[in-house]
Ligand binder design. Structure first.
Ligand code: ADP
Ligand code: MG
Length: 654
């Protein structure tokens, strides 16, 4: 037995060794357009870099006898220009110059612009005002006109064109970076750094810069193409590269004079500009998608409005399939996350049922799959990577996994509503809470403004918010945590739900407020006969509100039964351990045991009982096969081969 315990971690490590998440580069190649851009760009850059090594003619050697030779003529693959110079050689040398100038201008603009943005955003106040008005001043001139004016002052020439292009692009970076920095500079981790005695330079360099760097890279990658184009534009007008030096813009300008007699002279550099800018922009867009942290986790797709459901999902046929009086009847629900090549079985066959007016407590350690279960019920798990692979969710008589999108939308927030853990994250920060409750009502009921207002006040009174007339004008940040959670509950009650799913609604609250919110929810379900699925990790909370409990471990229910019976005499050792984690008033000498070990990773579940590795009662038969739910004592069911009897001590039995 101990051998298996040792063998399984090494296997787990082996599976960890293979890449779990596609690398940024793999994601980039996944994007076909970006991959195309990359290939083209690599070819162009490689040939430009290799120009000195290639057997090319001197790009500036004129040969008047051989002027305007067409492409594919003897010794000149792309022909010659009006002075008889080899086009291929000029093209590659010219591309070299254009790329170098465009890239240098971008880097200079990115550096100067980001520096201005960081300083303005972090310093704020007068520095910010001064710098940004200066930037505004630059932005008030048409872009290319400003570049022309700068070259006119500095004098024509490649280097001066580079400066001009860099300068006119500075505001672009400065504005972007300043905006992000302003938001970051007021965040708590920056305050913490300041309080720990770090100076402004170190804070900007070590706290803020790493956060804005991805944006700088993204902005840079999407602007390089434009800058090459602008440099070419200045050269085309004769203000950039000076003869005889070739760059793409000046070649285009020279070709213009013979555009009708020998169009290829302008076509060749024109095509090259097109290729370079197109490939850089495609690649830049791809890089932006990959670097966006929200897109890193999954495929490069937006989550759909509803969790994907496998077409031929299966569900267990149970004996009492004649629909009971349950509001919600979940059978064999399975939800997986597919990330790279690994499959996370977050919910692995869950059965639940709740009757009207009943409160079912769903309890388990963090990560046991409670939230994913709750969100799967109305298809709120993001897809990709989430996917419902099995089961049935009977709400009254409809299978929620099979109803149309329209029906599902009508149910969400209507007959089935949610209360989440952190109301500050779920409420909109910029609207008064009264308007947000009204919006929840009017999404489902055609009420006019005054009717909605009356209903809002009524709901706020129901959730015992004092002075609702004044409070409905308040913004979320002006309310205390307890009041905010009451607002979320009012929103959940707005359309007379038959089922409320409350996902750790009191975890963010202190104990007194928690008690008030629990009392409120309890009273409401008794008055209205609403069914409640109450999710928590705390047996203390469950004992106050739930009629029945379902204990969840590693994505499966391991024990269910009436709360009082389970609390008094749990059958599953895991339940016993969870109960033993709760302190009891007046019993200071009681041992509070943390549960040793950790839950198994859901992408690598062991065979048999998932709890066996942490269980003092585990025997050899616990480690193989599927362990089914069994009736233990009348009303308690548990997924355990060696359940506890009333009075059994957990550790003595090991
Ligand atoms: P809890 O019981 O604390 O509510 P959850 O239901 O949130 O736990 O999570 C269950 C498991 O599913 C965890 O192992 C978690 O890592 C995984 N999981 C949850 N959401 C996602 C997601 N969007 N992508 C990948 N894995 C997820
Ligand atoms: Mg959760």
């Amino acid at each position: 037995m101990s051998e298996t315990a040792i063998a399984s971690p090494s296997e787990a490590q082996k599976s960890k060794a293979r890449p779990r998440r596609p690398s940024a580069f793999a994601l980039l190649l996944n994007n076909r357009l970006a991959a195309f851009g990359l290939v083209v760009l690599v070819l162009v850059v490689a040939s430009a870099l290799l120009a000195p090594l290639l057997p090319l003619a001197d790009p500036n050697a004129t040969d008047p006898a051989n002027r305007l030779a067409p492409p594919l003529s003897d010794g000149h693959l792309l022909g010659t220009d009006a002075l008889g110079r080899d086009m291929l050689s000029r093209l590659l040398w010219g591309t070299r110059v254009s790329l170098a100038v465009g890239l240098s201008a971008s880097v200079i603009a990115a550096f100067a612009g980001s520096l201005i943005g960081l300083i303005a955003g972090y310093a704020g106040g007068r520095t910010d005002q001064l710098l940004m008005r200066f930037i505004d001043l630059m932005m008030a001139f048409p872009y290319i006109l400003l570049a022309l004016a700068i070259v006119a002052v500095l004098g024509p020439g490649l280097i001066n064109a580079l400066y001009a292009i860099a300068i006119v692009n500075v505001p672009f970076f400065a504005r972007n970076i300043r905006g992000i920095t302003v938001g970051l500079a007021r965040r708590e981790f920056v305050d913490a750094a300041r309080l720990s005695g770090k100076g402004p330079v170190r804070i900007v360099a070590s706290e803020i810069l790493p956060n804005v760097l991805p944006t700088i890279v993204i902005t840079l990658s999407t602007t390089v193409g434009w800058m090459i184009l602008e440099t070419a534009g200045l050269s085309f007008l004769g203000l950039g590269a000076q003869p005889p030096q070739a760059d793409l813009g000046s070649m285009l300008g020279e070709g213009r004079k013979v555009l009708f007699t020998s169009p290829f002279v302008s076509l060749v550099p024109g095509l090259m500009i097109f290729l370079v800018v197109l490939s850089i922009n495609l690649l830049g867009d791809g890089i932006r998608d990959v670097l966006d942290p929200r897109l890193k986790a999954g495929a490069l797709a937006k989550p759909s409005a509803r969790t994907a459901v496998e077409k031929n999902r299966r569900w267990p046929e149970t004996k009492k399939d004649e629909t009971s009086d349950a509001v919600l009847d979940v059978k064999g629900l399975e939800t997986q996350f597919r990330i790279g090549r690994s499959i996370h079985r977050a919910v692995g066959g869950v059965d639940l049922s709740i009757r009207p007016g009943e409160c079912l407590g769903l309890i388990g350690e963090s990560g046991s799959g409670k939230s994913v279960t709750a969100m799967s019920l109305t298809g709120l798990v993001p897809s990709p990577p989430g996917r419902i692979t099995g089961g049935k969710v009977l709400f009254e008589t409809d299978d929620l996994l099979a109803v149309s999108d329209k029906e599902l939308r009508a149910l969400r927030g209507g007959a089935v509503s949610y209360v989440f853990q952190d109301p500050l994250a779920t409420l909109h920060p910029l609207f008064p809470v009264g308007d947000q409750i009204a919006e929840a009502i009017r999404a489902h009921q055609p009420l006019d403004r005054s009717e909605a207002r009356a209903k809002v006040l009524d709901l706020m009174r129901q959730v015992r918010i004092p002075n609702p007339e004044a409070r409905m004008e308040a913004y979320p940040h002006e309310l205390s945590g307890g009041l905010r959670q009451r607002i979320s509950i009012a929103m959940a009650l707005a359309n007379d739900p038959k089922l409320i799913i409350a996902d750790e609604p009191t975890t963010a609250l202190d104990v007194t407020v928690q008690a008030q919110v629990l009392k409120l929810l309890d009273g409401l379900r008794r008055e209205r006969g609403t069914a409640v699925l109450f999710i928590t990790h705390d047996f203390g909370v469950v004992s106050e509100i739930a009629d029945r409990v379902a204990v969840m471990y590693a994505g499966r229910i391991v024990e269910t039964g009436p709360t009082a019976e389970v609390m008094a005499n749990p059958a599953h050792p895991y339940t016993r351990m969870l109960i033993d984690c709760v302190p009891v008033m007046g019993e200071p000498e009681r041992r509070l045991d943390a549960i040793p070990g950790r839950p198994p990773p859901v992408d690598d579940l062991p065979d048999g009982c998932a709890f066996a590795d942490r269980c003092p009662r585990a025997a050899a038969d616990c480690r193989s096969g599927d362990i089914a739910m069994r009736d233990i004592r009348g009303r308690i069911e548990a997924r355990c081969l060696h359940p506890l009897s009333p009075g059994d001590a957990l550790r003595g039995a090991a």
